[in-house]
Design a protein around this ligand. Sequence first.
Ligand code: 7DP
Length: 762
Amino acid sequence: MGCSARYCLLALCMCLVAEYAIGVRVVPKRKKEALNSADDQSTSASWWQAGTASPFRDSASSSAFSSTHGLVQTHPSIGDNFGSFGSIGSTIGPSSNPFTRASGSGPLSGGVRNNPLPPLARSANGKNSLKHLDFTSSATAELRRNPALSAPDECARACRENEPPRICYYHFTLEMYTVLGAACQVCTPNATNVVWSHCQCVLADGVERGILTSNRMLPGPSIQVCENDKVVIDVENHMEGMEVTIHWHGIWQRGTQYYDGVPFVTQCPIQQGNTFRYQWQGNAGTHFWHAHTGLQKLDGLYGSIVVRQPPSKDPNSHLYDYDLTTHVMLISDWLHEDAAERYPGRLAVNTGQDPESVLINGKGQFRDPNTGFMTNTPLEVFTITPGRRYRFRMINAFASVCPAQVTFEGHNLTVIATDGEPVHPVQVNTIISFSGERYDFVIEANNIPGAYWIQVRGLGECGIKRAQQLGILRYARGPYQPSSPRPTYDVGVPQGVVMNPLDARCNAPRNDAICVSQLKNARNIDPAILQERPDVKIFLPFRFFVYRPEMLFQPNTYNRYLVAPSGDHVISLIDEISYMSPPAPLLSQYDDISPEQFCNGDNRPADCGQNCMCTHKVDIPLNAVVEIVLVDEVQIANLSHPFHLHGYAYNVIGIGRSPDQNVKKINLKHALDLDRRGLLERHLKQGDLPPAKDTIAVPNNGYVILRFRASNPGFWLFHCHFLFHIAIGMSLVLQVGTQGDIPPVPPNFPTCGDHLPQITLH
Ligand SMILES: CC(=O)NCCc1ccc(O)c(O)c1
């Protein structure tokens, strides 16, 4: 097999090793070791180890990996979490970091910085922070120019009370890029740390493909700041012929509504060659960023956001010793081709939108179902020290319809927060999550020191291709390899108690599962939320509309559609409307949009048929207590749609299915009837403490009730978070408040729109 093989199979890896061997003059005998390690490929060490005197084994002194794999922190206190960054954890005020700051001209001193900045990814001890959370920023001119700004690795710190906030600056360069591109041949294992920390090699699951990246990383750069910090991100779009916006999922954007990153709702898309500066202040929690335009998210445009708090402000801080930058766990589904290959979708080969693979922090391996060959790329490794308790921050960045099941071999998970909001701790063994959700959990290193499998399985439609990924939970100074056999899709890590069961039987406590609606909020709840009657109550049924091909392919009509795995040609409807973007952004150019563009359930355009397409907008008075009842009329087994609201966390008041055994399928009429009879489940009693979330799956053939106080004026997208369902209109906009309530956009905010002048050629 040659190096041009599409898959980085074992043979190809040998070939890569051979190239490395030339470059680094390693004795050929090592190649054999590469072969032998083929079955032993589960740590990043073993992959790169092949053919080198592994710099990662004795990483304590030299390796860029040391802060990830080498256990650096020794004191079980939050304040030492960032020991791996050298001075960062203890730096308050002007940085003492000689590598990133000219002395005396730190970020808060206001001094003149006359030394050029060396690489940002290095800290005082000269180590890179780590690989997948590489804080490298490709263009740092702004940082050099403006001494008030802090670099990413200065902002990723332990948060203390009374510490002055920082302004954290990031620069995202968006490009078309390649998995297993030639960069993978220049980042040689024996190169210096500097070279390695800037390595632009993207491995993913070892299968070559074109992708989209931010700063040539997958996931893209991690934003890790403290509450009250200001975050500035310059997004520079160099994707050939593509426009883009970035949404900061979970960030409420109070006061900065125009930086929410929704195309034609809060801004014009950023054109190729343009840079758009986002600026916001983050609410605490585990969040993430992703492209909100087209299908770019599925091609690689996503990354984590962590907004930390001083321990005194987290009601669950006593439950963990460490909250490390390295223990962010971003899971994503992965295709081996451009997402556009699946939209509108094919009829014969790779039908539907289901992913081939799953990644953990952009890493994994892939077994080719046809040949049985497995790629040899590194798996993600999380390192822990015996006796300590660790906060993990899990982000479900899936784009497809598959729920993801995360299980850690030999370790319980204590869930302490979801979607950034703390809950009373509950202990489970496995967590099922949907696209857009986040779950924070504590793992105690209380098992026999060793290496343990982490399994992430794609459920639902992903069961067909059996898409899964493995990672490793490793005790420091212990073995790299788990002693138990690799979990397979069918014989996996035992699941035990399930967080978020797919069957959504949530009306009574059970000992095999905990529903989201059974979690209890660990923060105070606005009492008005729990009043019997909300100010506004909105029923939103949603479903697909299935086109007959004769209707869809009528000459001179061009209706959009998605070819579902079933072969059905569908669009999405919420309250019988399929959302269409207006020609200009609602927030910044409202007056450029014809009133006829808008619609909602009470105002349907006269000629709107079964496939009614318009800009679905529901108006909500500022500060109203709003209740939304989502009703699943899709009625396809195995499919539960996660709804994400921008600008807010809502309280999940109830999750359920029809209590009427004779009702096989729920629909709007039945839900209204249940509501009249008081049979919809609402947790409004004192002490019910409904949890706060911004993304919740509506159980298949069921309903979800959520409430929020509409105190954040703006135009907020509310939508199914499945990527292909956004493309076919499963969205609407909530307009909270009037134009006058919404902050005006900054000066010179970009504009866009139709150009339809009079025809002047005679
Ligand atoms: C009868 C029908 O509505 N079929 C559509 C099923 C469907 C639609 C969209 C998807 O993403 C999906 O996975 C499955």
